[in-house]
Design a protein around this ligand. Sequence first.
Ligand code: FAD
Length: 345
Amino acid sequence: NAIEVTKKAKKAPKNNDEYKGVWVFIEQRTGKIDTVALELLSEGRKLADELKVELAGVLLGENVADLAKECFAYGAEKVYLVDGPVFKDYRTDSYTEAIVEIINQYKPEILLFGATNNGRDFAARIAVRITTGLTADCTALSIDPETRLLRQTRPAFGGNVMATILCPNHRPQMATVRPKVMKMDEPDYSRIGEVIRCESSVKEADMTTKILDIIQSISHTVNLQDAEIIVSGGRGIGGPENYRLIEELAEALGGVAGASRAAVDAGWVPHYRQVGQTGKTVSPKLYIACGISGAIQHLAGMNTSEIVVAINNDPEAPIFNIATYGLVGDLHQIVPMLTQKIKTL
Ligand code: FAD
C-alpha cells in the first residue's frame, strides 16, 4: 500500500552537500526529558549509523546542561545547547527563532521532533522559515539505500494507505514522529559526548507572548501510553454497562483499560481511553483486544505491542491477522472467566 510522494517546495538551498548529521529536538519540561525524545535518539542513532554521520540533540531551556548526559546515554555524540531564562518554558516564538538560528549555522541533514503538542506547534513554523518540507506524524523512518534520502512513512487518506514521503531537494529533511512508535534503546551512561553552547539573539523584550502561570491539567488516573498491559473494549462489548468487564480484567492484570473509537463514539467510554490513529499510540508488552474488529485506524495505534490477544466471536475478524493469540467466542463469557482465573493465580 505504499505510495511515493515527492514534496515540491519553491526554493532550493544552494548546496545540499553542506548539510550533515541527524538531529533530534530534545523536548524537556521542568528539567525532565520527554520520552519521545529518547525514542527518537534511539531511532536517530540507527539512521546516523546508516548514513555514517553524527547524531546530535538540540536542547533548549534554562539550566538544562545536565540533561546532555542523558542524550549521550541514548546515542547522541553532540548536544547543541541553548540555555537562558528566555527559554525556561516553551514558547513558539523563542524556540522557533533559536532553532532556526542554529540550523542556519550548523546545517543538519535530518531533523526529528516528537509529534507532541509543542513539536506539532513549532516544527511546521521552522520548516516554513528555512524553506523546507515537513512530514507530520510519521510512524516509520528509514534511509533509502539508493538516494540516501530519509524515507518518511505516515498514514494517509484516513489511514487507508501508508504514504512514504521523500524530500529530495531541500534541507534539512524534517519529520515529526508520534510518541511510542519508535523503540527506546537501553541507555548506556558510560557514553560521553560534546556539548556545544550556542548563542542566541532571542531577547525577552522581543517576545510577543509572556508566560504568567502554568496550571497543571487535571490528570486522569489512566496513563495508557506508559502502561505495560492494556485491555481494550470495542463495539462488541455491547453497551457502557459492560465496560466494567474490561476494567476488571485490566485491574486483575495490573494494567489499564483502553477502547476503540467505536466504543468512544457511542459514548460508552471517555475519549482519553481511545487507542488508534485519532487516539493514543501505545506499545505495551500485552494488549488484549475485546470485541474489536481490527480496523487499520485502530491497528495504527497498537500494532507495535509485543503480544496481542484478540477475543472476538467472528473468526474472520481482521484483528486475528495480527494477534499473537486468538480466542473465538463471546467476550461476555470469556472476559469474566479470564478475570476470575487470573485472580486465583
Ligand atoms: P467494529 O468494527 O464494529 O467491531 C466490533 C467487533 O466486535 C466485531 O469484530 C465483532 O465481531 C465483535 N463482537 C461483537 N460482539 C461480540 C461479542 N459478544 N464477543 C466478542 N466479539 C464481539 N478507530 C479506533 O479504534 N481508533 C482510532 O483512533 C480511530 N481513528 C479513526 C480515524 C479516522 C480518520 C477514521 C475514518 C476512522 C477511525 N477509527 C478509529 C474507526 C475505525 O475505522 C473503526 O470504525 C473502529 O476501530 C471500529 O471499532 P470496533 O472494532 O470496536 O467496532
